[in-house]
Design a binder for this molecule. Structure first.
Ligand code: MSP
Length: 510
């Protein structure tokens, strides 16, 4: 029985350059959530994409001596390679150059125009190509983009406009009555105060941009790349091609994006949907940015971190773990190799890897590798057992807030509690007295069963390592890995064979 649909999206990444850890961050977060929701029993639709039109891409293609589409194909292949390497379980990677997307964009444009919210006018102002964003005279700072600081270009041309100004009150009303529509809260407040300052109509076509989707009925105009890209969220689920599917899936349950593109997703996109008479996404979450050793990540500084290289060196699971563990989701985080290595060595190899290997080694030594019986539970086990039984609820509560690092905190508190339980009960001491065999067995059972629960809950974060943990615990793939099993104590069967194997995470030499 499915719990219903969960439609989750990442941004459509620009293909002017290859993926870096900033892109990987959003993608991994979305993947962990998608896996978590699937294990909860939802029918997940997880969409990622590439944003391929506009001058930014055309210019980068030209610099590489390629046609825009040729260049986009090459970069998209790099994104796909990264997502495969990082075990991203997306259901669809939509490209804004896909035919079904292009026709869907034209259709939505026409609907909004027919509804009276698009008109032809004159645009005069400034344009930032790297951000693909329009700015007014008062917004620019010394001839530079107020957002990224790079020079803006003067634009003076006929343009189609979207009547964004018509939606000010409706948007404010929507944000007020849907407190989780924009998260985190600090960002919601920023967006609200900007809306309150007033909304200008938005130029949504360019004559000077050739690489893009033509305005239907007026092909001299190219649809503004942001309008084109945002529409991917509806074309991905059938808008313009399969109305039934679209009605089934839309609205999205969550748009996961970075903080700097919240305006597009929480103001422009909802206003476009309102103008088209379509429902709004339920929730938009803007995560923080990564710096690298305290500095902005940039090509010119030469400090861009390649997620593929990182995964090759330390494993996809370690990268997934690190990126979600290092900082609170919604806040900025700082990347350094020394912190990656220390998390791998302390948390993955020591805390988790050792707990598994020492538990299985003791089961092998004291019970011939078979899961022991738990006939001698005492009050001293209560704390561990209670913690184990409440773990799923605590992890789930954090996941619902998209607080991945706190969900991992909960898991690691339990991992550490298990390690403490080993020390408290000293199985090697119990093993010295044959009359304590029942107690020894119980202690080892409790550890193995705790590890089983940890494995289930950790699975969305680290799909490869947890598959190995699962098989080392003697469970086969067909065993139920849904969260129902994380909520039940006593699933491991006495007598079943365990399979101790290689270390889960080898220590990185420093
Ligand atoms: N093409 C637009 C999105 C259109 S969605 C309809 C775009 N693309 S992007 O490639 O520039 O950025 C994609 C995502 O990467 C954004 O969510 C952004 O926040 C994220 N990141 C880019 N650099 C980042 C960091 N240094 N750290 C974390 N995330 C960052 O914007």
């Amino acid at each position: 029985m499915t719990k219903g649909r969960f439609y989750l999206t990442t941004p459509a990444y620009y293909v002017n350059d290859v993926p870096h850890i900033g892109h990987a961050y959003c993608e991994i977060a979305a993947d962990v959530l998608a896996r978590f929701k699937r294990m909860e029993g939802y029918e997940v639709f997880f969409v990622t994409g590439s944003d391929e039109h506009g001058n930014k891409i055309a210019q980068s293609a030209e610099q590489h001596g390629k046609k825009p589409k040729e260049w986009a194909d090459k970069v998209v292949a790099k994104f796909k390679e990264a997502w495969e390497k990082l075990n991203i379980s997306y259901d669809l990677l939509i490209r804004t150059t896909d035919d079904y997307h292009e026709s869907g964009v034209q259709k939505l444009f026409e609907v909004i125009r027919d509804n009276g919210f698009i008109y032809l006018g004159d645009y005069e102002g400034w344009y930032c190509v790297p951000d693909e964003a329009f700015w007014t005279e008062t917004q620019i700072v010394n001839g530079n983009c107020p957002d990224c600081g790079r020079p803006v270009e003067r634009v003076k041309e006929k343009s189609y406009f979207f009547k964004l100004s018509a939606f000010q009150e409706k948007l404010l009303e929507h944000v007020r009555s849907n407190p989780t529509f924009i998260e985190p809260e600090t960002r919601r407040n920023e967006v609200v105060s900007r809306i309150q300052q007033g909304l200008n109509d938005l130029s949504i076509s360019r004559i000077t941009v050739k690489w893009g989707i033509p305005v239907p009925g007026d092909e001299a105009h190219t649809i503004y790349v942001w309008v084109d890209a945002l529409i991917n969220y509806v074309t991905a689920c059938g808008y313009g091609t399969d109305e039934k599917r679209f009605r089934d899936i839309w609205p999205a349950d969550l748009h996961l994006i970075g903080k700097e593109i919240l305006w597009f997703h929480t103001v422009i996109w909802p206003a476009m949907l309102m103008a088209a008479g379509l429902p709004l996404p339920k929730r938009v979450f803007g995560h923080g940015w990564w710096t690298v050793e305290g500095q902005k990540m940039s090509k010119s500084l030469g400090n861009v971190v390649d997620p593929i290289e990182l995964a090759d060196k330390y494993s996809a699971d370690a990268v997934r773990y690190f990126l979600l563990r290092e900082g609170a989701f919604g806040k900025d985080s700082d990347f350094s190799l020394s912190s990656v290595i220390s998390r791998i060595n302390n948390e993955l190899a020591n805390d988790l890897g050792n707990l598994l290997s020492r538990t299985l080694a003791m089961i092998k030594k004291y019970n011939k590798g078979a899961v022991p019986r738990a006939d001698s539970v005492t009050a001293a086990d209560n704390e561990l057992l209670d913690m184990a039984k409440g773990l799923f609820a605590r992890v789930k509560a954090q996941m619902e807030q998209l607080q991945f690092s706190f969900a991992l905190d909960e898991l690691w508190s339990f991992v550490r509690r298990c390690n403490k339980y080993v020390e408290e009960n000293a199985p090697w001491e119990l093993a010295k007295s044959p009359e304590k065999k029942a107690r020894l067995d119980t202690v080892l059972y409790n550890l193995a069963e705790s590890l089983r629960i940890i494995t289930v809950l950790l699975r969305p974060f680290m799909p490869t390592a947890t598959a190995r943990m699962w098989s080392q615990l003697g469970l086969d793939d067909s065993a139920d890995l849904s969260f129902d099993q994380a909520n039940t104590w006593g699933v491991l069967q006495a007598g079943a064979a365990t399979n101790p194997g290689e270390a889960l995470f080898p220590k990185v030499k420093t």
